[in-house]
Design a protein around this ligand. Structure first.
Ligand code: OOG
Ligand code: MG
Length: 277
């Protein structure tokens, strides 16, 4: 198991700067941009003092709004956890977001993109938890003990920001560009595979467009969960049993368009195949 190493530098903990009315207004702007998709300027353009905590405060408002509409939370996502993703997006710290049940599409399905602006796809390892996890310093062993199974996943991202360009504060408020995700392939017990070295190959229309190893995610994708649990702890929360967690794209995200056939192959874990609709 990897030993603890310093996390990528994080600016979490800077308190919210914006007042409740401004955060409510931002949540409305983001929710509208996501629902009737259109791009918006970075939120920091208008509010340069916005902090990461303000971004999460917007996310909390989005969740409350979606739950009031009858939608339900199915898990959480970590993002910007690999060098490839950080470099692609020009952001150097991980982010967390929420996964809604109605954004999970079945393997083999046609992914609807008529409500997406400039979608991209990336391959990730998903964890499905059987026990609750909490605390500031949960160990990799405790995470593996608390994991029911791990499974291949692909995430379809869509930024509501112009040209898919943002900063960390803004992308957190946009729920980490979350759009849709798919789980598939073969579920495995977390200790039956070497989680640092799972090869992942993504093809679009038969051409290899990205490859990586699972270790590209913080050296071990369970470290995304370690960070997530510590972050939840800092906000007085836990990672509930039954949660799905996306640990972050190991490769850069690749632009997709209607008609594309996306095929992601995971070493010893099968593959996920979807068509972009
Ligand atoms: C932000 C979302 C990051 C990942 O896996 O890195 C993410 C983005 O790149 O738009 O989901
Ligand atoms: Mg992702």
């Amino acid at each position: 198991m990897p030993t603890a190493a310093p996390w990528p530098q994080q600016r979490v903990g800077r308190p919210p700067m914006l007042d409740a009315a401004t955060l409510d207004e931002m949540a409305d702007i983001v929710a509208r941009a996501q629902a009737a998709p259109h791009t918006m300027p970075k939120l920091t353009d208008k509010h340069p003092g916005m902090t990461i905590e303000d971004g999460y405060a917007v996310q909390d408002r989005l969740l409350a709004k979606w739950e009031a509409e009858g939608r339900s939370l199915i898990g959480l996502k970590a993002g910007l956890t690999s060098k490839a993703k950080m470099e692609q997006m020009g952001v150097s710290e991980p982010s967390f977001g929420i996964l809604m049940r109605d954004t999970l599409d079945p393997e083999g399905s046609v992914i609807p993109t008529d409500r997406l602006i400039h979608p991209r796809v990336e391959a990730e390892i998903a964890f499905v938890m059987k026990d609750e996890l909490s605390g500031e310093n949960v160990t990799i062993d405790e995470i593996l003990d608390a994991t029911d199974y791990i499974q291949p996943a692909i995430e379809i991202l869509d930024s509501r920001f112009e040209k898919f360009k943002f900063d960390l504060e803004s992308v957190i408020a946009d729920n980490g560009s979350s759009a849709r995700f798919v789980m598939g392939g073969r579920a495995r017990r977390p200790r039956d595979v070497d989680l640092r070295t799972i090869g992942m190959v993504m093809e679009i229309d038969g051409e290899i467009v990205a490859c990586a190893s699972s270790g590209a995610v913080l050296g071990h994708p369970a470290r995304s969960i370690q960070m997530l649990v510590a972050w939840l702890h800092g906000r007085g929360r836990t990672l509930p049993a039954g949660s799905i967690v996306l640990t972050g794209g190991a490769t850069e995200a690749i632009a997709i368009k209607p008609g594309n056939a996306v095929f992601a192959r995971f070493q010893d874990m099968g593959e996920i195949s979807v068509r972009i609709g």
